[in-house]
Design a protein around this ligand. Sequence first.
Ligand SMILES: [Zn+2]
Length: 134
Amino acid sequence: MSTVAREWREIPGRYNLEGTKCENCGSIFFPARDFCPKCRRAGIGKISRYDVCRRGKVFSFSIVHDAPDFNNMLKPYVVAMVQTDDGVMVSAQLVDVDLDKVAIGMPVRAVLRKLSADGASGVIRYGYKFVPDE
Ligand SMILES: [Zn+2]
């Protein structure tokens, strides 16, 4: 499988904040999984697709100073654990915000942003990040 095809296949989950839901006990999983550890059931009809709410609040965060090379232009940056309005924990970068304004409980929403660009192959990867939700 080519790199492009692999990247393309990864896009829906990242873009839509797509998780899964256990139809038996109502547990929501993100990232998606096809097995429910709570009631130990799996299979068609038991686990269905679930679009995680894009709005939430900062649950915890940390400011990252040591960034990988492809993030050089962005550092330091904030990585936040966001609790969405439907109770799912999502870890993602928090952007378009002053570092000293980030606070626990701050309302945020998910947006689609460029994650990285691979100069050699020309592949640009997209994914969700969070921005302040005024
Ligand atoms: Zn379950």
